[in-house]
Design a protein around this ligand. Structure first.
Ligand SMILES: *Cc1c(COP(=O)(O)O)cnc(C)c1O
Length: 349
């Protein structure tokens, strides 16, 4: 891993129309309650610096923590950046990233002047506990763990996470739970996790709540551990629309449960189709599935795109040759993907 090669987030350009199954977005759109709340925002409110009391209280209550145990961020990306900037100020600071991983860890570590230490996942993408432990050194300041992982959809055993946190008391362990809603498991509220001061948990409202365009996330942890991150986040980082949307979106649990149900059904639907087609995949705990299309991946992605179906090429990620990541959200959208995939595989292009 060289420092000379700077990491940039690969912005994939796709039209706003068509089936966007490449960014793990909630393609149903957000809760209608969010739009109602946004429409009620007054001229006066738009002219004032936002107040976060309501959004913070709603987030704390939904996540089951006290309001001082979280920092609201402009998307979880900003939480990752804040962790990198605050943890890597010391000279020669290193951050451990288990790969394949979400791109923003390396991007933010680079931007903060730190050095990325990559640890590859085991075969079949299981968590490499011993290798992560061995990678911890005196310069380790930050460790990113993603549960469930993006792009593999695999979970890390709870005990492995706690072991890493204990093995690196001098580092901040950032457990990214962007997809925890779909996995149905979280370290928030876990008594043992709460006793470990060097652990923070990142959550986003972009995925399950469908607020990716509005930008809202949170980092949860002990108030003393969060303080340095909180100083990196500008005081008015979420605009009034995001703060209003967050409170309204978190309140619509019916909509949230509906989307979670769609995701469960979509994954089953996709697995059955992939079994039929003889394609390899990794059963996922998130709202996406990693699928191996093989050597023909380039042609297949293009042929899908020609049918207005967009999936994410992950073939350049560690151990992901020939693989795409497909969002499994709204059942009708997953069915449309399956139909398009069958067409392009059967050469009807
Ligand atoms: C999407 C994603 C995020 C970023 O979420 P935003 O709130 O949209 O910034 C963070 N971590 C992982 C693993 C993600 O996939």
């Amino acid at each position: 891993m060289s420092n000379e090669q700077e990491k940039v987030y690969e912005k994939v350009v796709t039209p706003s129309s068509g089936l966007r199954l490449h960014l793990n977005e909630n393609t149903a759109g957000c809760s209608p309650k969010v739009i109602e709340a946004l429409q009620a925002i007054t001229r006066q409110q738009a002219a004032l610096y936002p107040d976060y009391d309501l959004a913070r209280a709603a987030t704390a209550s939904r996540l089951g923590v006290r309001p001082d145990e979280l920092v609201l961020t402009n998307g979880l990306d900003e939480g990752i950046l804040a962790a990198a900037v605050s943890a890597l100020r010391a000279p020669r600071g290193e951050a451990i990233v288990v790969v394949p991983a979400f791109d923003m860890y390396a991007v933010c570590v680079d931007a903060a002047g730190g050095r990325v230490v990559e640890v590859p996942l085991n075969a079949a993408f299981s968590f490499p506990l011993n290798e992560v432990r061995n990678a911890i050194g005196p310069h380790t300041r930050l460790i990113f763990l993603t549960n469930p992982n993006n792009p593999t959809g695999q979970c890390i055993p709870r005990q492995d996470i706690l072991d890493v946190v204990r093995a690196a008391p001098h580092a901040l362990v950032f457990v990214d739970e962007a997809y925890a809603d779909f996995a149905g498991q979280t370290l928030i509220g876990d008594a043992e996790a709460r006793s470990l001061p060097n652990l923070v948990i990142g959550r986003t409202f972009a995925k399950a709540y469908g607020l990716a365009g509005l930008r809202a996330g949170a980092v949860v942890g002990h108030p003393d551990t969060l303080a340095p991150l909180g100083r990196v986040v500008p005081p008015f980082s979420l605009n009034v629309y995001a703060a209003t949307a967050l409170a309204a979106g978190l309140g619509d649990t019916e909509y949230y449960e509906w989307y979670l149900g769609q995701v469960r059904e979509s994954r089953g639907l996709l697995y059955r189709a992939l079994d039929r087609l003889g394609l390899r995949y990794w059963p996922s705990a998130a709202n996406f599935v990693l699928v191996e299309l093989g050597d023909d991946i380039g042609r297949l992605i293009d042929a899908l795109a020609a049918r207005q179906v967009f999936v994410r090429d992950r073939s350049r990620d560690h151990a992901c040759a020939g693989c795409v990541r497909v969002t499994t959200g709204v059942v009708a959208h997953t069915q449309a993907f399956v139909n398009a995939l069958e067409e392009v595989l059967c050469g009807a292009a």
